[in-house]
Write a new protein. Structure first.
Length: 329
């Protein structure tokens, strides 16, 4: 099969398209014929081994996993003899961080992994980017204890995490203020934001409104800067480590003090999350934002674009074209 392979750490150019063996299918595994995947910040970080300590997980001198790709959508090609949850021909999507492997024509995943069927009427390219940013957004929502009636500010509302967060918060009946650049104001309003702040027109931390939570979806601010935006007992949440890896430390210290707190979310990665996202997509409450699409043969260009930090929502990789006669869920 064709796959995007990297055998050493480095810039996007270390990735090469090669012919490799199909993955093995265990007794409880599902073999997926991949039609669409994505390139996201997780893929970039693991490919480059940045920050350096990631090598403790990925391999000290060379990558243990040579085929990246966390998100996938495609058709079940084969199943192991003990598989009961999925059948050959079903359309599926999911998330495979850690094992990776979605940047290829075939991917093997456990039947009890982060995989679910695709809702009727949704294409592979539409649903492939439904899990990475959204599961981080869900982690922020749950760790912050956000609920209906809360006021939340989302900084970085156009990225994969931020664009998902705005929609998921609105599905909970939360009042959302979203921060983005001038050219994306209309897009973010279309995601459901109740109020949009243009950070290019002034410092968003000077906002006179206060919030139950501030989500930094891009890791470009700090608790110190955003603290004044929080109501008493309010929560600052970021999925990024922050300068000098301060966010995990502050998450340990601030709950011991009275007042505003930092929460550092550790996202769950399981089938329940993917099924929840499926329900939101099927109901129309969540639609992943897609910036650009690239064929698998141009995945290096996709990596380069993602690493500019300018992407809006998600970057999709088309591994195979979806034909009108593709099997339906």
């Amino acid at each position: 099969m064709k796959a995007a392979v990297h055998t050493r750490y480095g810039p996007p150019e270390v990735v090469r398209i090669r012919e490799v063996d199909r993955p093995a299918v265990g007794d409880r595994d599902v073999l997926v014929r991949v039609y669409a995947t994505t390139v996201n910040r997780t893929d970039c970080a693991y490919r480059a081994a940045r920050p350096f300590f990631m090598r403790l997980l990925t391999g000290l001198t060379r990558p243990r996993r040579t085929i990246m790709g966390t998100e996938f959508a495609g058709v079940v090609e084969a199943v192991g003899r003990d598989v009961t949850s999925f059948a050959v021909g079903e359309r599926v999507f999911g998330y495979n961080e850690g094992a990776f492997g979605a940047h290829a024509e075939y991917l093997s995943v456990p039947q009890d992994g982060s995989i679910a069927t695709v809702p009727e009427g949704v294409t592979f390219e539409q649903i492939a980017p439904a899990t990475e940013g959204a599961h981080y957004a869900l982690a922020c929502i749950r760790h912050a204890g956000t609920r209906a009636g809360h006021d939340v500010l989302v900084y970085g509302a156009t990225g994969g995490i931020g664009s998902a967060a705005v929609q998921l918060l609105k599905s909970l009946d939360v009042t959302v203020t979203a921060v983005c650049a001038t050219e994306n104001l209309a897009l973010v309003r279309g995601l459901g934001a109740d109020r949009v702040v243009d950070y290019t027109a002034g410092d968003f931390t000077a906002d006179e409104q206060t919030y139950d939570a501030v989500y930094d979806a891009v890791g470009k601010s700090t608790f110190g800067r955003c603290k004044r935006l929080l109501k008493p007992g309010g929560v600052y949440v970021s999925a990024e480590l922050g300068p000098w890896a301060q966010n995990p430390m502050l998450a340990l210290v601030t709950p011991l003090l009275r007042g505003r707190k930092v929460k550092f979310p550790f996202p769950r990665n399981d089938q329940a999350i993917v099924r929840h996202l499926r329900e939101l997509i099927e109901s129309g409450k969540f639609k992943p934002v897609i910036d650009r699409r690239y064929p698998l043969d141009r995945i290096v260009d996709a990596y380069r674009y993602v690493e500019t930090g300018q992407k809006i929502g998600n970057v999709v990789i088309t591994v195979a074209p979806e034909s009108p006669g593709s099997p339906k869920s």
